[in-house]
Design a protein around this ligand. Structure first.
Ligand SMILES: [Cu+2]
Length: 151
């Protein structure tokens, strides 16, 4: 009986989640260049599942490396550090935004121009992987926080 209920629950998952192979959805994402060789990607991650999901790593053809960074003010100066694990709580969301957590794109294969798209593969470990295509928007203003992004 328990098995039957589990099956019903699984098949009741939203189509989008099944298609992604994950309960995670990417909202309002964009990428922007810091300079011709590096840039960053920002987005809101939403978790419709019943388990917390942690963003383990990011892959992209847009750059040689993609790292999870966070921006922090240290002694009055904005610095970038490796991010603490980015956890998307069950039924909740996590925001990657300017002045906070972000996906750093290091060694861009080509400069990011407005209208380009950056494809990301977000690896959430046990929660699966999510493919996202983010538009490049170099003109978007920071919603909050600092603007320092020098590498
Ligand atoms: Cu960074």
């Amino acid at each position: 009986m328990k098995k039957l209920i589990a099956t019903v629950l699984l098949t009741g998952l939203p189509l989008a989640a099944l298609a992604e192979g994950s309960a995670i959805m990417v909202h309002d994402g964009y990428a922007r260049a810091a300079n011709p060789r590096s840039g960053a990607a920002f987005m809101t991650l939403m978790n419709s599942g019943t388990a917390d999901c942690t963003l383990a790593s990011v892959q992209t053809p847009a750059s040689e490396k993609a790292e999870l960074h966070t921006s922090k003010e240290v002694d009055g100066v904005m610095k970038m550090l490796p991010a603490d694990p980015i956890v998307v709580p069950a039924g909740g969301e996590a925001t990657l935004a300017r002045g906070g957590d972000h996906v750093m794109l290091m060694g861009l294969t080509q400069p990011l121009a407005n209208g380009d798209e950056v494809a990301l593969t977000l690896d959430f470990g046990d929660c699966g992987t999510v493919e996202a295509k983010l538009p490049v928007d170099n003109d978007r203003k920071a919603d909050a926080g600092g603007e320092s992004h020098a590498h």
